[in-house]
Design a protein around this ligand. Sequence first.
Ligand code: ATP
Ligand code: MG
Length: 409
Amino acid sequence: MAIIKAQKGTKDILPADIGLWHFMEKTALDIFSRYGAKEIRTPIFEATELFARGVGDTTDIVNKEMYTFEKSERSLTLRPENTAGVVRSFIENGMHRLSAPVKLWYKGPMFRYERPQAGRQRQFHQVGVEVFGIKQPTADAEVIFMATNYLKALGLNNLSVEINSLGCPDCREIFKSKLKEVLKPYLSEMCPDCQTRYEKNPLRLLDCKVPECNEIYAKPEIQSVIQSDFICDDCSSHFEELKTYLNELKIDYSINKLLVRGLDYYNRTVFEIKSNSLGSQNAVCGGGRYDSLVKNLGGEDTPAIGFAMGMERLAALLNEKMEYKTHAFVISNNSLEAIKLTEEVRNAGFSCEFDLTNKKFVKQLEKASKVAKYALILGEDEIAQNKVTVKNLETSEQKTVNRDSKFFI
Ligand code: ATP
Ligand code: MG
């Protein structure tokens, strides 16, 4: 019979790799807790409308990448990202009544129907943070610190932080119309996607990956609009203050005027963290401020900023294997004594195993050296004297001690 395989763009996370995932998850809990963020877990599927309104219907995510299905005449979608779900929960649970800032973090699977390739899956995982209720750039700085400190705690370097300001709806309108004006003569040479973007969301033109479009956008008259400081005084002082915090805390960053991010809801600060060690899918983190989203989804007017990181891309950078070793392996030809000691050690808080098949002593020792840090040897003498021989399997040192649960410490 033909075997059933995992779906294209999905992957099992096998026991050999799970240590890495636990490490990424534990580090997230540790680092984000230091900033006062609490974990939130929202459902994997939501009403399709949440993403249409919350992510934006000019985005690739909503237009091409959603897993949408009908159940009981409702249109549901597997979450392609988690900001919309977290915002829905923030509103539904009245979290605006909590004292600001409300700092939330999440981890979990996301689903996007895209072409699978290295660093790009259809079911992938993100870890992310959302901070609600603060309009000042102190929150922008804190969120960027959370991201960079998390990456640092994972031991990742060779990363670059890029920031940009998209301005507010007012100053951006002026920029958009200037951009449209200079690009008008080239409209027919642009890719079909960019022709649509030109009408619906011209800022996203800058995000295009098609070489012909990039050539157009590299023209001097167009660059002079892109590189101009279009943002208004308020937006500009917000951005300057953020830069001061980043400079003072020695965050290495650069300004990328082409950084517009894929989602529709961002305003003012956007940022991305890229790895210099990954191939073309080199963005590990994307984030930004979204001051109008809570209101647009029916909540109280609440400023917010957040980021999401792709965990498969982090895992690819953390290429060392973190295989778990059992702490101790009991070796004995007396199964009953082996069972007893194994349970004693487990009850004392350590991982412990014994040979369930009662193989020869030497075979047991061989197995122990593969899977464990210590061998606990119970020979006839040890059993008679109520002792145990503890062998360090890395250094081969051994000593015989009384059989109590403190011999590891
Ligand atoms: P890209 O430009 O690579 O498609 P994006 O702008 O769609 O990224 P975001 O929506 O900002 O990505 O998601 C944040 C992070 O999630 C990305 O920086 C990336 O690390 C990760 N990510 C996004 N899509 C995928 C995917 N299909 N497979 C694996 N990781 C992904
Ligand atoms: Mg994408």
